[in-house]
Ligand binder design. Structure first.
Ligand code: ADP
Ligand code: ASP
Ligand code: MG
Length: 403
């Protein structure tokens, strides 16, 4: 029998009315003869609320306890869906990560899935049941509950599709698919019909939260086709697939923005071999991810300015690490939280010259100053002042004919 995995996000199960609608969607797959496995996120707002509670209880809430707490929302949504499905005549039950089990490493709050024991799910499917599986959670080797990073239900769904050899994995969300940019930032964003794993991976890791990046990485490694569509309106959505399946490449496929960057500039650092390593080593030891880096040589050739970006959540820690770093000498340090990274992504840029120039020129015509740059084969990212984000997205969307 053919298995499908259907994943529903927070807004899709956000109210009782929405849960009833989701149950109807699930029912249509069952009626078509599929074996249906459902993965659900928590009702929208629940996870955020639990995180806030942990912050009120303790500044550094115990890591392993944090995962037990923030995974709780999924238990509610899954049992409500199963309850509704039973009410409309199906055989359904909720299953938490520990009941399956879904095994992960013990990197609390951002764990990776190591294996899934599919026997209970398969047994239940054989009996004609519809398992409603809690996304975002698993257990480690000590049977402590773990979570898979924000948005981690996408990851649960794709890994389950892999282990169950599903013929389809559908991510139901609150937009009509993967769009050329976040429709909340730019209204004229359009749906992308087909996108390659590589482009989707860049878009997700550069800020497009429609798909969690670990999930895309797993889909890519296992060659799982993923559809992203709306649970609100009937539509065909977006297909995420291998590059070979895509005939028509635009130069740029999409634009992503981040809203949580901070820029740090060390002014007048004494320039000697190993200085950059001395700046970044304590950050690396403390698991702080450094993103963009720019180093300028000053006029006298003895001093240098080093600028880099980090996620704003790590700003306090970074400030302390720099202050107490005895291995570096500098004149002053500047912290700036009002920056954002805007990226253009597309495999088309590999074969099209001049994309970088077009991006920089378009931004400069609108008086948008570029603070830092980073590139890869299929993306160009620039750091700009956060107040210019909407203008920059609109400008680049037009420049690369995505409107
Ligand atoms: P879910 O709860 O279904 O997992 P998310 O909130 O995690 O949904 O992701 C959907 C949201 O992602 C959309 O509402 C949209 O604002 C945002 N988003 C950001 N970039 C994009 C994009 N390129 N295409 C579609 N949605 C995007
Ligand atoms: N409920 C979790 C979160 O808000 C997981 C998810 O939405 O996928 O991050
Ligand atoms: Mg999500």
């Amino acid at each position: 029998m053919k298995i499908v995995v259907l994943k529903f996000g927070g807004t899709s199960v956000g109210t009782i009315d929405r849960i009833k609608k989701v149950a109807n969607i699930i029912s249509t797959y069952k009626k078509k003869g599929y074996q249906v496995v459902v993965v659900s996120s928590a009702m929208s707002g629940y996870t955020n609320d639990l995180i806030k509670k942990s912050e009120k209880v303790a500044e550094n809430f115990k890591k392993s306890e944090y995962d037990t707490l923030v995974s709780a929302g999924e238990q509610i949504s899954c049992s409500l869906i199963a309850g509704r499905l039973s009410h409309i005549g199906h055989f359904s039950k909720s299953m938490m990560g520990w009941q399956i089990p879904i095994y992960t490493d013990d990197n609390y709050s951002n764990a990776k899935i190591k294996s899934v024991n599919t026997s209970k799910i398969k047994e239940y499917l054989k009996q004609g049941g519809i398992p409603i599986i809690a996304g975002f959670q698993g257990i480690d080797k000590n049977e402590r509950i773990t979570t898979l990073g924000r948005g981690g239900s996408d990851y649960s769904a794709i890994v389950l599709a892999k282990y169950l050899k599903a013929i389809k994995c559908v991510i139901y969300t609150d937009v009509i698919g993967v769009m050329t940019t976040d429709p909340k930032v730019y209204k004229r964003a359009r749906k992308i019909k087909v996108i390659s794993y590589e482009e989707m991976l860049e878009m997700s890791s550069l800020g497009s939260k429609v798909m969690q990046s670990n999930s895309v990485q797993d889909a890519r490694l296992n060659r799982i086709d993923v559809s992203v569509k709306s649970s609100f309106v009937k539509n065909v959505g977006t297909l995420i697939t291998k590059r070979k399946n895509i005939i028509d490449h635009k130069v740029i496929t999409g634009i992503s923005v981040t809203k949580s960057d901070s820029k740090i500039t060390l002014v007048g650092v004494v320039d000697r071999p190993g200085v950059a390593a001395s700046v970044f080593e304590p950050l690396s030891v403390n698991n702080i991810n450094v993103d963009m880096v720019v180093q300028n040589i000053s006029a006298d050739g003895h001093k240098t300015d080093i600028t880099f970006t980090i996620n704003s959540k790590d700003l306090n820690k970074t400030q302390k690490l720099i202050k107490y770093n005895k291995r570096i000498k500098f004149k002053k340090v500047i912290f700036d939280q009002n920056v954002s990274k805007i990226s253009i992504i597309g495999v088309g840029m590999i074969t099209t010259p001049g994309v970088t120039f077009r991006m920089f020129q378009a931004l400069s015509k609108k008086n948008i100053n570029i603070l830092a740059i980073s590139t890869s084969e299929i993306k160009i990212s620039v750091l700009i002042n956060r107040k210019n984000i909407r203008k920059a997205v609109a400008t680049l969307h037009k420049e690369f004919k995505l409107d």
